[in-house]
Design a protein around this ligand. Sequence first.
Ligand code: HXC
Length: 272
Amino acid sequence: MTMTYKNILTAKEAVGAKSGKADQPEINIGVVNLHRPTVLNALNHELMEELVTALEDFDRDDSVRAIVLTGSDRAFAAGADIKEMSDETTVSIMLKDRFATWDRIKNIKKPIIAAVSGFALGGGCELMMMCDIIIASETAQFGQPEINLGVIPGAGGTQRMTRVLGKYKAMELILTGRPLTAREALEMGLVNKVAPVELYLEEAKAMAKEIAAKSPIAVKLAKEAVLKSFDGPLQEGLQFERKNFYMLFSSEDQKEGMKAFMEKRKATFTGK
Ligand code: HXC
């Protein structure tokens, strides 16, 4: 059954030509496109619910062996939806527990290959870092600009970025909010490959198809084992980061930072 979604598009693509033999299983890759073009794919809750539902459907579908997650050439995702968050308080944001949806991405057993072009900022960069392989276009830019909104990354940015880039580069990016170019990200090991904008999606699909032809059980266990080496104390770090993120919704700076973004002006922070 093909689901219809409001904020994403999904498709299955066959791997190789069908042999016609009855005993040959059908092999596909699943493709998910983030699709809120008017807001650069800002990740609101409805989009995240749809995304996770689609990923879980592909994970259950035996014909799908690998998943490609992409956005548009202009934006993978420009972050969590600031309009949706701007009026939250520490209590309201904790009670909503939106990260429960994000957490489900960690349980997807099939490899997810991110095909990233344009903006991958804030929650967009964090979502990308939850994927297993990253193919970027030459126009991609990566960053954690939350500091400019008076908050901090909340979906794993302080933990995953630090594990990949090391303490000093991660500090620089998270404390200044400055983005990295695709070339810089490649040099630092944040992405696997950089391709021209006309090719990045095809390259990601080609890699997904290469993996799709392997033993699905071996692929699943290999992903699980690699993540084990990476995720050990991650859980604690994620909880810690989440508490601090929630806490900032008690500050005047969060209100000012998000309001200033929506009013298209520079924020004035007071430290309160
Ligand atoms: C809501 C957003 C948005 C966002 C862009 N838009 N990013 N809406 N949330 N994160 C909207 C804009 O308001 C605008 O809507 C439209 O998308 C086009 O954006 P522009 O700003 O006009 O485009 P441009 O001048 O090209 O600038 C692109 C940009 C800028 C540099 C990416 O949009 C930007 O700085 N966006 C915010 C990036 C950010 O701070 N991300 C982190 C968010 S916090 P209108 O209606 O005006 O046309 C976060 C926390 C994660 O992610 C926590 C865990 C989930």
